[in-house]
Ligand binder design. Structure first.
Ligand SMILES: *Cc1c(COP(=O)(O)O)cnc(C)c1O
Length: 381
């Protein structure tokens, strides 16, 4: 079966009991037992729930992993993944990282439980040197990154990491398995914020881990139950429903992302556009090799800096000013004061996240309306 067919059917066969074409929402915390500790596979809904199991099977299938695990948020998934590391482990993470992930790693450093180090993952030589300098337990990569849309060569990083005995986790939230499948490129874990493209409708918060090998599945499953950051069945159902349209949504998100990026790149008021689908992107060739399409996320800097960015935000009508991304509706974000405010300003600027940077999540609206919205707003600044 081809991928767009699998997103509709993976993990979601008709209900064997009734023939219902949708996975039933099992709103239950517990399950009756035939004798003490004798049950039909489910005993308590933190440990397992049939609606969640269907979602986990779907995610494992789509990401080509041995098993999937769903969580109450993307951060719940990453917290659980980090909890699998022995105290004092070194974690090598990409420098341009989701703000919440950076905050969590810094928290673990302060508590003395992990030793995170950050490196520019665009440069394989630096990744190699960082891995050669000290034993590392986990390499944590994002590609494309948030908010600068930088890419890293996931297959090459996995090869180098494995040579040094490190495991590799890839946060695939921006790309989704439609555009890129890290486990097929050598990663050991894929993590997701289901809140974004996989849910796709800005109506839930959720997360996931998909693991490559069965031994890791056992450990992550144990931790999922022990730590307890699990989603409710209704949220799991909403993600299952979102998954069915993931193929066509990602195609439209990518089309709209490209149209908006090309429009902004032509505007005399825009200084720089970060979008992996533009031939001027420094990793355009890698994007074409590693991803099936460039996606719906982009960011830009205006020539007028912060004041111009503020004026533009006030004038936009269709692009809603909001945190988050990946929904059917287009959103705009000011990373310095919103999604990335948890990174100290000096550190942000060193990484190239200027105070005037704007991040766009292009939805699935008619691209002509998105461009008219931007054209009208840019006129006034
Ligand atoms: C949003 C996001 C997260 C965190 O997910 P939540 O569901 O908000 O907890 C992690 N990584 C990336 C890339 C994200 O965009």
């Amino acid at each position: 079966m081809r991928f767009d067919t699998r997103v509709v059917h993976e993990g979601q066969p008709p209900d064997p009991l009734t023939g219902a074409v949708n996975v039933p929402v099992y709103l239950t915390s517990t399950y009756v037992q035939t004798a003490p500790n004798r049950n039909r596979g489910y005993a308590y809904s933190r440990t397992g729930n049939p609606t969640r199991a269907a979602l986990e099977a779907a995610l494992a299938g789509l990401e080509s992993g041995a098993a999937g695990f769903a969580f109450s948020s993307g951060m719940g998934a990453i917290t659980t993944l980090l909890d699998d590391l022995p105290a004092g482990s070194r974690v090598l993470a990409g420098e341009d990282l989701y703000g919440g992930t950076f905050r969590l790693l810094e928290h673990r450093r302060k508590m003395g439980t992990l030793r995170p180090v950050f490196e520019d993952f665009r440069d394989l030589g630096r990744v190699r040197a960082a891995l050669a300098s000290e034993p590392t337990a986990l390499v944590l990569a994002e590609s494309p990154t948030n908010p600068l849309l930088q890419l890293c060569d996931l297959a090459a990083i996995a090869r180098v990491a494995h040579r040094h005995g490190a495991r590799v986790a890839v946060d695939n939230t921006f790309a989704t398995p439609v555009l890129q499948r890290p486990i097929e490129l050598g990663a050991d874990y894929v993590v997701h914020s289901l809140t974004k493209y996989l849910g796709g409708h800005s109506d839930l918060v959720g997360g996931a881990i998909v693991v490559r090998d069965p031994a890791a599945a056992e450990r992550v499953g144990w931790l999922q139950n022990a730590l307890g950051a699990v989603p409710g069945p209704l949220d799991c159902y909403l993600v299952l429903r979102g998954l069915k349209t993931l193929g066509i949504r990602m195609a439209r998100h990518s089309e709209n992302g490209r149209a908006v990026a090309e429009f902004l790149a032509r505007s005399p008021k825009v200084a720089r556009v970060h979008y992996p689908g533009l031939p001027g992107h420094p990793q355009y060739a890698l994007a074409r090799r590693q991803m099936s399409a460039p996606g719906g996320m982009l960011s830009c800097e205006l020539k007028g800096g912060v004041p111009a960015a503020r004026r533009l935000l006030r004038r936009l009508r269709i692009f809603l000013l909001a945190e988050s991304l990946g929904g059917v509706e287009s959103l705009v974000d000011h990373p310095a004061t919103m999604t990335h405010a948890s990174i100290p300003r000096a550190e942000r600027q060193r990484r190239g996240v200027s105070d005037g940077l704007l991040r766009f999540s292009c939805g699935i609206e008619d691209p002509r309306d998105l461009i008219e919205d931007l054209r009208g707003a840019l006129k006034g600044i």
